[in-house]
Write a protein that binds this ligand. Sequence first.
Ligand code: ZN
Length: 161
Amino acid sequence: MQIEDKMAVSIHYTLKDNAGEIIDSSQGDEPLVYLHGTGGLVPGLEKELTSKAVGDAFDVTIAPEDGYGVRDDSLVQEVPRDAFQDVKDLEVGMQFHTQAPDGEGILPVTITALKDEEVTIDLNHPLAGETLNFHIEVIDIRAATKDELAHGHVHGAGCQH
Ligand code: ZN
């Protein structure tokens, strides 16, 4: 069986930046399970996984354009400190999640500077502008169920229903 759209795919991944530092990894943990062809992974990685089989292992370098996107300076904004009045001990580097303005999905928010009255927030993905260096091992491939296809995500561990 080869990876194609509408398959539930399990992979182990290790993600490094260009300096060779590990940013994220599933090794030593459960494999990541995703629904192929639904944008669950960054585009460059889904493209590379297409047609791979169980047991395949490979390295791939993905440019920001095919990863988490290039940085957009207009997404760095100052907001009144009142917006964070519920947060104790606000610090530079803190991350939150917020509803996207179009209502579609969740945006990560990083605090990048603090002033007396204003907080500078960055709505870019923390990995925007980064070249992604993945090592991937394909662990399992199966056809997605009808429910999974209807919901657009894989069921099983971590699913809320
Ligand atoms: Zn579901």
